[in-house]
Ligand binder design. Structure first.
Ligand code: HAM
Length: 461
């Protein structure tokens, strides 16, 4: 465990276990020079300011539209779960469980972990709420932030956002194809083009064990030349060696037997059927015999979509089948498959492909005033317009009329009205189109309808 993690655990532990006064004492005792201290977001986390937050929101709303078109319904699970939910499913030998979990004890001494991924929580919820009695496959999707204590770098964070789907209940290869096509179609709907889809298989209980034995036998005599991580992997789970980036290890592993050449007939046939489904959907892919993903729960199909433009952290999303997991948690034997994609990485890929997300939020109308005393009336009109469905703004900083016009322009407001004593007296106001300068006089109670009509007119008129 890294000292930072110990610190984090201790801190949470202390917060939960202190009486209020003791807590205050703790804060005072650990208080640095508060006048000088500049707080920053914790390492590996980010503030998503409105522009970035709007981009993430766009990814979410686009996903909701497409995932729901494919029949998936949203599920929301807690941000933290019992620690062993993750250690059992992800696997004791995985990097996530060995080094990356944010684990802490609560007041009652329970070991809890901030979710590093959402498949295990969805499976837990599926069993807990007996979703297996629903129409199968049960198709669910989620969005949420995940937590992994990784070394931060571009595309790799300690808190990051995932969008994912899980289809629970069908063993058929066509549902694998559906999930994979959904992942690719979603990314394409964002106008991403430079994508490479990798498909592999992890085999099942019948063929993976003999293959693992064969791989270990092949690699053990060469273990001394391999990196310490791979030596450890050989002991715990030899398949993980395929994840190694070390040059020497890679050269040794290149000669090793591949799982796709060692599948039993059922797994080999399953893979062929999945490929047929993907080809039928017109999607190109690479069969990747070295695609082993960092979780113990996978069986048969695995897949990953990568962006060649993203360097080391190139995986935008990935997933696979996990036919044993639900039974391992005490639920009815239920085959399942899903994927998750990293939303920050998708944004990085969009930037790398120079795709602009057209999500600037600007008002339809800016209500300017000539005289400060007209502001309450302007506010009343503004509120009516908003209630009517228009995005409307006014100034709250006592700006001059000239500055209000500049502000309207800066905000990108499409139209402006100027309320002055004349307008309020006559009950008529000019709606000014900021792009063309054209004006149209309307009565005060027709502003909203007029703007809706103006907005629906073809541009340039
Ligand atoms: P995963 O490959 O660990 O799979 O994560 C999915 C995606 O999350 C990755 O492809 C990547 O884009 C993003 N991601 C992972 N770690 C980080 C990080 N530290 N910083 C930024 N982005 C990251 C899973 O989580 C499985 N639960 C997927 C799944 C669903 N398998 C079956 N169902």
């Amino acid at each position: 465990m890294h000292w930072n993690q110990i610190n984090f655990n201790n801190f949470i532990f202390t917060i939960y276990n202190c009486e209020r006064s003791e807590f205050n004492k703790y804060i005072m005792a650990n208080k640095p020079d508060n006048k000088r201290k500049k707080y920053r977001a914790p390492r590996g986390t980010s503030d998503y300011l409105p522009k970035r937050a709007a981009q993430l929101h766009y990814l979410d709303s686009q996903a909701a539209e497409i995932f729901e078109r494919y029949g998936y319904r949203r599920i929301i699970t807690p941000t933290f779960e019992d620690t062993d939910l993750f250690s059992r499913s992800i696997g004791e030998s995985s990097d996530i469980v060995r080094k990356e979990m944010y684990t802490f004890n609560d007041k009652a001494g329970r070991s809890l972990t901030l979710r590093p991924e959402a498949t295990a929580p969805v499976v837990r919820a599926y069993i807990e709420h007996k979703l297996h009695s629903e129409i199968k496959p049960v198709k669910l999707y989620y969005i949420g932030s995940m937590f992994r204590y990784e070394r931060p770098q571009a595309g790799r964070y300690r808190e990051f956002w995932q969008l994912g789907v899980e289809a629970l209940g069908s063993p058929k290869p066509l549902i694998d194809a559906e999930v994979i096509v959904l992942l690719v179609d979603y990314l394409k709907s964002l106008a991403l083009n430079d994508l490479v889809l990798h498909i592999g298989s992890m085999g099942d209980d019948k063929c993976r064990l003999p293959y693992t034995k064969k791989l270990r036998q092949e690699l053990e005599p060469k273990a001394e030349a391999m990196c310490p991580d791979c030596q450890q992997r050989l002991k715990l789970n030899p398949l993980r060696v395929f994840d190694c980036k070390n040059k020497v290890c890679r050269a040794i592993i290149a000669e090793a037997p591949k799982i796709t050449d060692n599948l039993c007939d059922e797994c080999a046939n399953h893979l062929v059927q999945v490929e047929k489904g993907i080809i039928g959907a017109g999607i190109k892919y690479q069969l990747d015999p070295t695609l082993v993903r960092g979780f113990d729960y996978y069986t048969r199909t695995t897949f990953e979509v990568r962006s060649p433009l993203l360097g080391a952290q190139s995986a935008l999303g990935g997933g696979g089948r996990y036919d044993n997991l639900i039974a391992e948690y005490g639920g009815p034997a239920t085959p399942a498959i899903g994927f998750a994609l990293g939303m920050e990485r998708v944004l990085l890929a969009l930037e790398a492909e120079q795709v602009k997300l057209d999500i600037e939020i600007s008002p339809d109308l800016f209500v300017a005033v000539v005289d400060n005393t007209d502001r309450p009336e302007a506010f009343r009109i503004l509120t009516d317009l908003r209630r009517y469905g228009l995005a409307a703004e006014m100034d709250y900083m006592a700006r001059s009329l000239r500055s209000q016009m500049k502000l309207a322009d800066k905000l990108g407001s499409e139209f402006v009205i100027i309320l002055g004593p004349d307008e309020l007296k006559s009950g008529r106001v000019a709606i000014k189109n900021m792009a063309t300068g054209a004006e149209r006089k309307v009565s005060l109670d027709q502003i909203a309808d007029s703007i809706k009509n103006l907005k629906s007119e073809p541009k340039g008129e």
